[in-house]
Design a protein around this ligand. Structure first.
Ligand code: PRP
Ligand code: ZN
Ligand code: MG
Length: 224
């Protein structure tokens, strides 16, 4: 692949992380102008550009070297790491937690179901978009359950009868309440993170990243 001299960061095109991610980068002194196709944001001062994509695609874009970094939920990053273990993929690193987009990956069951612990899930079907993280948790707790992988609308699976429980992100808890579900186990505390390869490129991009990390640390400290 042809080397780039500008740092390229992948981020969510539209969703909960988009606004706070842009806000954070602005506080780091970066400003952008949008391309006509709305896929790119060109850095105006510093040599840093943004690629706007689906959040689930971000780890793969970094692993392939299409982007140098990404702003993505720890849930998406860790799921990607699990789905690529054993494969010859570029290992990814969580460079910084960013302090926004906080949520948790949890197991939830229908409100009327009694739940006394992980063993209660033995032999049941659990719907999720995170088969890697759920599978790891089930192994840790020595529970054998069926994993039903869905790309979205996981919360309606119990009502449809396609699963007995779900494993999905919870932020306010509103989705669970609306679907008469109750949270029983927290598998992962998540937030937006700066993700990248394990080692920095040894060129202008590496220098720019070092500068960006310094600024991020300043901005995040001030906010806390
Ligand atoms: C997540 C998750 C739940 C909802 C939980 O979906 O899948 O549906 O948020 O949030 P709450 O506890 O505040 O109700 P999101 O809206 O991020 O979109 P997606 O499922 O399409 O990725
Ligand atoms: Zn998503
Ligand atoms: Mg959802």
């Amino acid at each position: 692949m042809k080397t780039r001299d500008r740092l390229r960061i992948a981020m969510q095109k539209s969703g909960r992380l988009t606004e706070p991610a842009l806000d954070l980068l602005n506080r780091c002194g970066l400003s952008f102008r949008q391309s006509r196709d709305k896929l790119f944001l060109f850095g105006e001062g510093e040599p840093v550009d943004l690629l706007l994509v689906r959040d689930d695609d971000i780890p793969g874009l970094i692993a392939q070297g299409v982007c140098d970094l990404g702003i993505v939920g720890r849930n998406v990053l860790n799921e990607f790491k699990l789905s690529t273990t054993g494969l010859e993929a570029e290992p990814l690193n969580e460079w910084r937690p960013l302090g926004f987009g906080r949520c948790r990956l949890s197991i939830a069951v229908p409100q009327e179901l009694d739940y006394e612990g992980p063993q209660h899930l033995e032999g049941r079907r659990i719907a999720t978009s995170y088969p890697g993280l759920l599978g790891e948790w089930l192994r840790t707790h020595a529970v054998k359950a069926g994993v039903v992988t869905l790309a979205g609308s996981v919360e309606i699976a119990p009502k449809l009868g396609t699963a007995d429980a779900i494993c999905d992100l919870v932020q306010s808890g509103g989705t669970l309440v609306a679907n008469q579900l109750r949270e029983t186990e927290v598998l992962l505390e998540s937030e937006a993170v700066l993700a990248g390869p394990l080692t920095l490129p040894v060129d202008e991009r590496g220098d720019m990243l070092e500068l960006l990390l310094k600024r991020l640390d300043g901005v995040i400290q001030v906010r806390e």
